[in-house]
Design a protein around this ligand. Structure first.
Ligand code: AMP
Length: 111
């Protein structure tokens, strides 16, 4: 099972920020900013590159969760970044689709 599948299943511990039937959000182990949460689907999808129309509702829900967490974590007004890395050049280190929700400071374009 992949690392994020194990986190979603609870067999590898994480600090959860949110979870429901289809989506899990947890705090990044190596935060790049005061707020750094990862939002993942429970379903194993390798990256955004292999998304299909089947995942339309799931993807929309991931963004809904991100929006709610941004409010909850106090960055909705100050602003935040949603990032999904795809493949080696982007530095994708875990081959399971995830949105990084990053905020709580002024972000440079190169971070
Ligand atoms: P990416 O490099 O875009 O694939 O992002 C993977 C992210 O997962 C990195 O920011 C890591 O710090 C984070 N990460 C790796 N292992 C864990 C873990 N066990 N718990 C929480 N975050 C993790």
């Amino acid at each position: 099972m992949c690392l994020f599948c194990e986190i979603a299943a609870g067999t590898i511990p994480s600090k959860k920020a949110y979870e429901d039937e289809t989506v899990v959000a947890f705090y990044d182990i190596a935060p790049q900013a005061p707020v750094h949460v990862l939002i993942i689907p429970r379903k194993h999808i390798e990256s955004a590159q292999v998304l299909t129309e089947t995942e339309n509702a799931l993807l929309c829900h991931m963004f809904e969760v991100a929006r709610s967490l941004a409010v909850e974590l106090g960055v909705a007004e100050s602003g935040y970044r949603l990032i999904t890395n795809v493949g080696p050049d982007a530095g994708q280190s875990v081959p399971h689709l995830h949105l990084h929700l990053i905020g709580g400071k002024t972000l440079n374009w190169n971070n």
